[in-house]
Write a protein that binds this ligand. Structure first.
Ligand code: HSE
Length: 312
């Protein structure tokens, strides 16, 4: 459905990618935080101009370089749309935080643009445009932030070429997310990873991913707890986050079902079975960060966002 409006604003939620158990293939969206993009239609056909960026400093105003607009540029070109856009970006997600900030801006931009189309595209069709922003940010196509931000819920990405995203049902869970004031570039966090893993690691990780997914389908919180573990990536990135293992131990002691790196870090997420646990887990994680000299941090408790990006 097209809109006669001249301005459309869309919100896209932050995400926790990997979810410990599914590197590059699993992610969920959060309710508590996200990015907002407003598009104003102009008569400059094919032209995109970034008017304002609020919430973060130092982001590029060149539409070919800003992850919020890379997908939008492609969308305008490919669909041959007879207009252009002025773009205002409001970043709620901190930079290089492991909370899917590039993905959320990119998703919000294409969802807002979709509101102007005479025949709007499905979210599945929007995904490939939004992924362009992610490619620009991290140098690789991985949809484990973009897909949950767009669709909401817990998503499994079977393939990005062709795109095949599966929505996984899940029991009621709370996510605790702590963002220490450290920056970790996704490109760098990917460059530290070994390109091969042992047969033992492959067997161990695939068994845990499969049983995690089974636990979600069966609403079996204890199975989720036994399964949500990372045997491959976490140990290679832990050194990028001061106090990572102390924070993880503190969360698990406080009854977290799982605790690991959110995306490529430095944020750390934990899963809790109920809200009361989530508050205790959050306090324990913050204290552990404090003991490691990190007192500047943001924290959120959020249910899993069920609807994903939306026009507001
Ligand atoms: N799966 C990606 C990674 C998410 O861990 O590198 C980062 O955006």
């Amino acid at each position: 459905m097209s809109s006669d409006k001249t301005s459309i604003t869309a919100f896209a939620p932050a995400t926790v990618a990997n979810v410990a158990v599914g590197f590059d293939v699993l992610g969920f969206a959060l309710d508590a935080v996200g990015d907002t993009v407003t598009l104003t239609k102009t008569t400059d056909v094919g032209k995109i101009e970034i008017e304002s960026i609020k919430g973060l400093e130092g982001l590029p105003y060149d539409p070919a370089k800003n992850t919020a607009t890379v997908g939008l540029v492609k969308m305008l070109q490919e669909l041959g749309l007879p207009f252009g856009f002025k773009v205002s970006i409001e970043k709620g997600i901190p930079l290089s935080s492991g909370m899917g900030g590039s993905a959320a801006s990119s998703v919000a931009a294409v969802v807002a643009a979709n509101g102007f189309l005479p025949n709007s595209l499905s979210k599945s069709e929007l995904l490939r445009f939004a992924l362009e922003g992610e490619r620009a940010a991290s140098g690789a196509i991985h949809a484990d932030n973009v897909a949950p931000s767009l669709f909401g819920g817990l998503t499994l990405i079977r393939s990005t070429d062709p795109i095949d995203v599966i929505n996984i049902p899940y029991p009621k869970l709370f996510c605790v997310l702590i963002h220490p004031d450290i920056k970790v570039e996704t490109k760098y966090a990917r460059s530290v990873l070994a390109t091969h893993l042992s047969l033992h690691q492959f067997v161990q990780q695939s068994a845990h991913l499969a049983s995690f997914i089974a636990g979600c389908f069966q609403q079996d919180v204890e199975l989720i707890k036994r399964s949500c573990k990372d045997f491959v990536i976490e140990e290679q990135r832990a050194h990028l986050i001061a106090g990572f293992y102390d924070v993880q131990i503190a969360a698990l002691k406080a009854n977290a079902l799982a605790c690991s790196i959110s995306g490529s870090g430095p944020s750390i997420f934990a899963l809790a079975a109920n809200e009361q646990d989530s508050k205790l887990i959050k306090d324990a994680m913050i204290l552990a960060f404090n003991k490691n000299g990190i007192s500047k941090l943001d924290s959120w408790i959020s249910p899993i966002n069920q609807i994903g990006a939306r026009i507001i």
